[in-house]
Design a protein around this ligand. Structure first.
Ligand code: HEM
Length: 453
């Protein structure tokens, strides 16, 4: 285990990542096998420098250095080329805003995620999980990725907009979101920025899906304003009601639009990917699967799970936490320095890009013994306190920590319990699956067979 020392007194190990080429630097390695390449770097140093084309970028591998970056949001702001490319899609919302405006936005959006509101969204989760777990046919294979994405899209859409228009919204979101997410990722990794401008079918599909999502959000906003329902208990009502304690300001329609788009893009695929990985891991770990079934049977006794059951579904939560460790959907995110600063004894000029990779951190054997093994009991309270502070970051950290963490954990716990109460998810022998490090760390199609329990 790594020991904590005062950052100023510590001797940090710097390294340049091996394998760089004269012009491309490490861009090819990053393009071909980003997970393997990045995960090999902590062995070289606490702060590793790599070059993506001409630009040096820095990967802090030690939890203390990562914390320094995450808690100092003014100096390490979100930024850089990836954020610029996201702005036409996400507008100016929580993910794309600069540090100063982010604080104001966060004060306005946070009330939509208070505990009392999560309890309300959980009613949607309960209903949708029940519908999902009763819709399957015994022994007919399903694509788990597809099912989990459809479920999290329904939950998020109905938590955002709880009106009669919800079924239409769900269908639009299910159709458009994967196209937008895929297109956004293609644009994010295109170093030339030209790809999006070419008259390709994929670009037309992306433009069409994005326009449809934008129209949908506008219609929901118009519908809310035209009705005099007041607080419907959904996210949209909370965004309209939000008032800044410090300034008394509220959000304009455009700002609400951008926050809704941000929540759709940040909340659906992430949770679905993590749930898919969870079923994959359970399929390969019969002991963990049996322990999950035992807990669900004991807590629920054959009925559907309710929000009030969540605290007692402790093993279920540990299973999900461990899946988030091995396959964190947000496998990589970035910060850009706004001024000259120093990280781990190294001077970083303004506009330096810093990569934060929960995937790398979570698989470092110095932080997690036997990192490759799926061991939900790492998260038993007595063992979890041995985990080095700051080494588990599935939801990020600092002021930009995921606003939907409790929403996502609640949704995942109810989903796992609802399905595990009815079905054993049998893997199909020979099924090959490899992590796809895209916008989130997805599993691709995963066929499994639901067997009645
Ligand atoms: C298991 C599921 C999820 C994971 C692993 C996850 C992960 C993350 C991470 C790592 C960040 C921080 C990114 C950064 O620092 O640059 C983040 C931010 C964010 N997430 Fe999540 N997320 C999940 C679910 C959700 C859900 C369900 C929602 C909304 C309903 C959501 C909405 C957001 C938003 C709006 C941000 C930006 C927050 C800000 O900058 O203030 N996420 N998420």
């Amino acid at each position: 285990m790594r020991t904590a020392q005062h950052p100023a007194t510590r001797h940090w190990r710097h390294a340049v990542a091996p394998g760089g080429l004269p012009l491309a630097g490490h861009a090819l390695l990053m393009g071909r096998k980003p997970l393997q390449f990045l995960a090999s770097l902590p062995a070289h140093g606490d702060l590793v420098e790599l070059r993506l084309g001409p630009r040096p970028v820095y990967l802090p591998c030690h939890p203390e250095l990562i914390q320094q970056v995450l808690v100092n949001a003014r100096v390490y702001d979100t930024g850089g080329p990836v954020k610029e490319k996201a702005k036409p899609i996400l507008g100016n919302g929580l993910i794309t805003s600069d540090w100063a405006d982010h604080r104001r936005q966060r004060r306005l959006v946070q009330p939509a995620f208070h505990t009392a509101r999560i309890a309300k969204y959980a009613e949607v989760m309960e209903r949708e999980c029940e519908a999902e777990s009763t819709a399957w046919t015994a022994r007919r294979p399903i694509d788990v990725s597809h099912e989990m994405l459809a479920l999290t899209a329904r939950v998020t859409a109905r938590a955002l907009f709880s009106t009669d228009m919800a079924p239409h919204a769900v269908a639009e979101i299910q159709h458009c979101l994967p196209i937008v997410v895929e297109g956004a990722y293609r644009q994010a990794i295109d170093p030339t920025g030209l790809l999006a401008k070419l008259p390709l079918a994929a670009n037309r599909g992306f433009d069409d899906a994005l326009a449809r999502l934008n129209q949908l959000i506008d219609r929901m906003i118009d519908d809310y304003k035209a009705s005099d329902d007041g607080d419907r208990g959904d996210v949209l009502s909370a965004l309209f009601a939000a008032q800044d304690d410090e300034t008394g300001g509220t959000m304009s329609d455009q700002e609400i639009h951008d926050q809704v788009m941000t929540l759709l893009l940040a909340g659906i695929e992430t949770t679905a990917s993590a749930l898919t990985w969870t079923w994959f891991l359970l399929g390969r770990n019969p002991l963990a699967e049996a322990a999950l079934h035992a807990e669900v049977d004991e807590v629920l006794g054959g009925r559907a799970p309710r929000y009030a059951d969540v605290p007692r579904l402790a093993y279920t939560q540990r299973v999900f936490s461990e899946a988030l460790r091995l396959f964190p959907p947000a496998w990589l995110f970035t910060r850009t320095t706004t001024e000259t600063t120093e990280l781990g004894g190294r001077r970083l000029p303004p506009a330096s890009d810093v990569l934060i990779s929960p995937y790398v951190l979570h698989r470092d054997p110095a932080l997690f013994p036997r990192p490759e093994s799926f061991d939900p009991d790492r998260w038993l309270p007595e063992r979890a306190k041995e985990v080095t502070r700051g080494s588990y970051l599935p939801f990020g950290g600092g002021s930009r920590k995921c606003i939907g963490d409790v929403f996502g954990m609640t949704e995942a716990t109810l989903t796992l319990a609802a399905i595990a109460g009815r079905w054993r998810m049998r893997p199909i022998p020979g099924t090959k699956i490899r992590p796809r490090p895209q916008m989130s760390l997805t599993a691709g199609p995963l066929r499994m067979i639901p067997e009645p329990r």
